[in-house]
Design a protein around this ligand. Structure first.
Ligand code: PLP
Length: 230
């Protein structure tokens, strides 16, 4: 499918900004306190470029191979790239040149690998990281258990080349909105205790309103902008 046959990306982004503004207003929050991250997995570079040219600045990718393959084409438009998918330990060196933030940090071992790599190869660089927490407890989801978050955060704070900017979670996949919100509320509570003032990356196409109601500062939206992934 060519880019022109897909959804009108710029128009869909406008729709999402409208949803963000409405949800923020309903929660007595400033709409500008919520940043839209476009989850671009499986999308070709030309589609992502359309989004960037229409004013988006933040994208999230899940796989190292996709990040590296699209990097050259996307370099034409300034933007920020976050890794939002689980990272294998042996890919640390491959992904580092291409990311501004690792949202999916889920182990002290991974933190140590980033720290060592940066200390050795780029001693002047500090990488932003967010700790991914599995608030729903679903076995299919990455992230540390809530009760293990403090220990991982302490490990990150021992790494001079990493800067903890907040917490991230993938919400419960359920039509039960109150259960979804409960998970987001628990991430917010952890953030307040462990990373006061830090970012809260939570909420996707289907549940960004619930996430914003619970304090999300970054929502990660894919299918509502780009259409269903094949
Ligand atoms: C794909 C993805 C999203 C976006 O999901 P949609 O339902 O398509 O909006 C958000 N976060 C992560 C980690 C993802 O992998």
């Amino acid at each position: 499918m060519s880019a022109t046959e897909g959804p009108d990306v710029a128009a869909q982004i406008d729709v999402i900004h409208g949803r963000i503004a409405a949800a923020a207003t309903a929660a007595d929050r400033d709409p500008a306190s919520v940043t839209l991250l476009l989850a671009t997995k499986t999308m070709p570079a030309e589609v992502i470029l359309t989004a960037l040219r229409s004013g988006s600045t933040l994208i999230g990718e899940n796989r190292v191979q996709e990040i590296t393959e699209k990097a050259d084409a996307l370099a034409a438009v300034p933007h920020t790239t976050h890794l939002i998918g689980h990272l294998q330990r042996n890919k640390v060196g491959a992904v580092l040149p291409f990311i501004d933030c690792l949202q999916s940090l889920d182990s002290a071992d991974l933190a140590t690998r980033f720290e060592r790599r940066l200390a050795e190869h780029e001693p002047d660089r500090v990488l932003q990281v967010m700790v991914q927490v599995n608030v729903s407890g679903e076995a299919s989801k990455s992230g540390v258990a809530p009760e293990d978050a403090a220990e991982l955060i302490a490990a990150v704070r021992d790494c001079p080349h990493l800067r903890l900017t907040g917490l991230m979670t993938i919400g419960l996949n359920s039509p039960d909105e109150s259960a979804v919100r409960q998970g987001y509320a628990s991430l917010r509570q952890l953030r307040d205790e462990l990373v006061p003032g830090g970012e809260l990356s939570m909420g996707m196409s289907g549940d960004l309103e619930a996430a914003i109601a619970e304090g999300a500062t970054i929502v990660r939206v894919g299918s509502a902008v780009f259409g269903r992934r094949s």
